[in-house]
Design a protein around this ligand. Structure first.
Ligand SMILES: Nc1ncnc2c1ncn2[C@@H]1O[C@H](COP(=O)(O)OP(=O)(O)OP(=O)(O)O)[C@@H](O)[C@H]1O
Length: 261
């Protein structure tokens, strides 16, 4: 960070509540997303991380307050939020397998001045593979295509859900490097279970537990405290072959967040 320039809040989440199928999924969630770098949303399986991203995007019915770039956006429709500069990379990436890389990118164009130069600078592989069917890309390449799509337009904030899930360790590192390059340009609210990736990327961390905020602070502070990490996330572990961990005691250098205790 440049001396004297403090990060500002780009998104203020206050008292966010979501009820789905009669079940209270989020109860009074409040946190800030800085206007630079990566803010990571952590928590054990099923605590409401994806629901939080979906509520911000107007994809889940929410009450409370969401102030984005100074405007109240709670209850706004998703297409309006996309026009305001919220970009979403969902967990399943949503690339069109039967279309080429170029066609997938073209579908994301919103203006004539789409930022292809930036996308190909960050992800040269996408240019090389422009005529390849997206379904035949590796998992990591598909993730880069999904990131490339949200970078084509001038988004103010990217919401990225578990981009390294199911990827091999080497590819996890590539995707983490890609996210680091992206985060220099656009702030990211990231749901990520792999703590090595969190350590590599995150500035601020928000930990959810059972639909509420259990802890906020810096990611390095959280991961530097093994007892805290273990109590909040039930972790840690060394990374195994598929990049996921298993619980073997608290070693937050690697490992992935566990299930509910
Ligand atoms: N449409 C729905 N109807 C009812 N319950 C839902 C619905 N969608 C999600 N849930 C429940 O809400 C809770 C939070 O789900 P969510 O996907 O937000 O958790 P998460 O923290 O992202 O989990 P994971 O780490 O496993 O992806 C879960 O118990 C889930 O079963």
């Amino acid at each position: 960070m440049t001396a004297g320039i403090e990060p500002q809040s780009l998104l203020k989440v206050r008292d966010l509540a979501v009820v789905l199928s009669g079940l209270s999924i989020l109860q009074g969630v409040s946190f800030d997303v800085a206007d630079t770098g990566v803010t990571v949303l952590l928590g054990r399986n099923g605590v409401g991380k994806t629901t939080t991203l979906r509520a911000i995007l107007g994809l889940a019915p929410a009450t409370g307050s969401l102030t984005f770039d100074g405007d109240e956006i709670v209850g706004r429709r998703t297409h309006e939020l996309v026009q305001k500069g919220l970009g979403y990379v969902p967990e399943d990436r949503c690339v069109f397998a039967g279309l080429t890389v170029a066609e997938n990118l073209r579908l994301a164009e919103r203006t004539k001045t789409s930022a292809y130069d930036l996308v190909f600078e960050l992800f040269p592989e996408l240019k090389k593979r422009a005529s390849q069917k997206a379904g035949s890309l590796s998992g990591g390449q598909q993730q880069m295509l999904a990131l490339g799509r949200v970078l084509l337009t001038e988004n103010r904030l990217l919401l990225v859900d578990e981009p390294t899930k199911g990827l091999a360790p080497k590819v996890v590192t590539e995707v983490a490097d890609a996210l680091a390059r992206v985060a220099v340009r656009v702030p990211i609210l990231l749901v990520e279970q792999n703590l090595a990736v969190v350590r590599r990327l995150a500035g601020d961390a928000v930990v959810l537990a059972a639909g509420q905020v259990a802890w906020t602070g810096s990611a390095s502070e959280l991961l530097g405290d093994q007892d805290l990490t273990k109590s909040l996330l039930g972790v840690g572990a060394s990374i195994d072959a598929d990049g996921r961990g298993e619980e073997r005691g608290a070693h937050p250098d690697g490992g992935t967040v566990g299930s509910h205790a």
